[in-house]
Design a protein. Structure first.
Length: 307
């Protein structure tokens, strides 16, 4: 999967031409938009960027994407016509390492030297026969590391996985499953209730899910992998899903008491919004962010445009 990323110079030129902006106009607009990054920008430098003679710093790349966000009202401009599979092939999986960090509870340390990335496959759980064993495996992890407030039943996992807009994934290696990733696409008002602790995950019903063609929010539900290679594959698919469906996803969020999950969502650029202290002193925290800001974090820009 490495080495297939879209090069930034092509992306920059595509965005500028799509919006019918000349190089002179873009130089002027960028100066007004972000003087700190583009005070010394001229058409000669911009032309070099578009020809790949030189490359802008990552901070400038992020600012350029955010500028085009405002022009298009899209989370990741000029990426809205790719399918999940096409986006997945354009993402550099190595860049996911910055987001995953050094998690030990969610990502185990099963030896991976003999595993080649091309041998790892990711499937929607709804497409897998006899998937009950996967939900039982997930429940073992889910019950062991999650506080009672954030837990849901195996029946709920099974029912939610069948809803078309939810993302329930399994990573397979040589006929064995080595990782799981679950997220829900929720209606915006339901998402807000979860973020404000006005309802629990276990209160969610099928009526709370947003349809594929309805704007909703991506709510991170459950994740584990036996090593970082499996974790990377699952997160690559998740980001591909977010990018390919960006017209219908407004926010991303999670609630958790686990320090490792908090670190991961912070690396995704989700921001702390609220907390709830349980009777035993455990603190559940809520994190959220707009999709546009998640997709323009420096980690994601490196992941998408890395060579």
């Amino acid at each position: 999967m490495e080495g297939k990323s879209l090069q930034f110079y092509k992306y920059l030129r595509t965005c500028r031409e799509y919006h019918h902006i000349t190089q002179e106009e873009l130089v002027r607009d960028l100066y007004n938009y972000d003087k700190e990054n583009f005070e010394n920008l001229d058409t000669v430098t911009l032309s070099r960027w578009e020809r790949d003679s030189t490359k802008p710093q990552f901070s400038k790349q992020v600012s350029l994407i955010r500028y085009f966000q405002e022009q298009s009202n899209e989370a990741l401009p000029c990426w809205d016509n790719y399918s999940v599979e096409e986006v997945e092939n354009l993402i550099c999986s190595v860049g996911i390492k910055n987001i995953l960090g050094r998690s030990k509870q969610l990502i185990l340390n099963f030896p991976s030297k003999m595993m080649h990335m091309d041998e790892l496959k990711v499937y929607p759980i709804r497409d897998i026969e006899k998937n009950r064993v996967l939900f039982e495996l997930n429940m073992d992890m889910h019950m062991a590391i999650n506080h009672e407030y954030t837990q849901v039943s195996i029946k709920q996992f099974e029912e939610w996985a069948m809803y078309p807009s939810n993302l329930f994934l399994a990573c397979e290696y040589k006929d064995g499953f080595i990782g799981l990733f679950f997220s829900l696409k929720l209606k915006e008002d339901i998402f807000d209730k979860l973020m404000n602790f006005k309802m629990k995950k276990s209160d969610i019903t099928e009526n709370d899910f947003a349809k594929n063609d309805e704007v909703g929010c991506d709510f991170l539900l459950s994740f584990y992998a036996i090593n970082h290679k499996a974790a990377m594959m699952l997160f690559v698919r998740h980001y591909a899903y977010l990018i390919a469906n960006q017209k219908f996803i407004s926010n991303i969020g999670a609630t958790t008491a686990l320090d490792e999950v908090k670190k991961t969502v912070e690396n995704m650029r989700l921001e702390y919004v609220k907390s709830k202290t349980m009777g035993n002193g455990v603190i559940i925290e809520a994190y959220r962010q707009t999709l546009g800001k998640v997709l323009t974090s420096e980690y994601v820009v490196k992941m998408i445009f890395s060579e």
